[in-house]
Design a protein around this ligand. Sequence first.
Ligand code: FRU
Length: 330
Amino acid sequence: SSKKETINIGFSQCLSDDEWRIVMNSEIFTEADLINDRDVNIIYRTAHGDNEVQIQQIKELMEQPIDLLIVSPNEAAPLTDIVSRVYKMGIPVIVVDRNINSSDFTSFIGGNNLDVGITAGTIALNMLSEKNKDSARILQITGLPGSSPAEQRFNGFLQSVRNNSSHGVDVLNADWHEETAYYKLDSLYRERTEGYDLIFAHNDEMAHAAYRVTRNFDMDAMIIGVDGLITERGGVPMILDNKIDATISYPTGGDIAVRTALNILDGREVDKYNYLNTFPVDSRNAETLYYEGIRLQNQKEKLRELIGRYDHLYLNVERKNVLIFVFSVF
Ligand code: FRU
């Protein structure tokens, strides 16, 4: 109703064209819709992976004005200054998934990416020892090096492999993108006489590229990705189709970001660091995860429909009140 207070939340997203970001965005918008006692207005901007564009968009959001900023920074170093400026102006800031290089924010929400890398390393070593490989060739396909998840996944993986084995680890940067990974890995394989035994890609998109290239060259490799979505092109269906061997489920945190935003605006204490649960997925749990995920999705759709009906009813009640009011005047 018109008496409801409006909250303006600026949401600066670094990318918009991959499934994982689409899931995050939809979680944010759904959660905002569910809030009933206030109108939560999400002012969304996406920078298409461009630091300068994202800086500009945050400046524009500040002029709206906004009550709070949710930001997933493209790269840490270039975005640190502007995010810190927003925070120092007294606007609460929630940083999601990718971090900045300072602690000038109210709350961070995301997976612990050092853990993600370490977990990937543990899975890799288990897989290699099952195949009795003692000097394996391993490749990491990294995300955008200036983004904090890429840096932390890289370090975690290297640390875990180096501390527990003597395998060599090569690196190929593909900036998080499937086609970049495909193109670069294809060129690499053209030069090599041997393939890799194991490839750890920093996300499932790039893991899919690794699957395509190793299949084309007929040089089978064990492949590990990150994200573990159940969407059509997600990591979980890829495990079920035997395209990749494992992934690490990495939640987007969109819904939690909105709930945290309301807690902050209501003056409640929130934790500075909120690490979301990440866990390994392979052929042993992929099917369960998939069907449970589908079941949850169906329930969500039903819930959406119910909300729709309720909104409809609510509108009618409002209209009826208006009509009664109009009639009572005449
Ligand atoms: C999507 C993505 C995910 C990855 C995350 C890291 O844009 O590349 O695949 O887990 O961003 O920030």
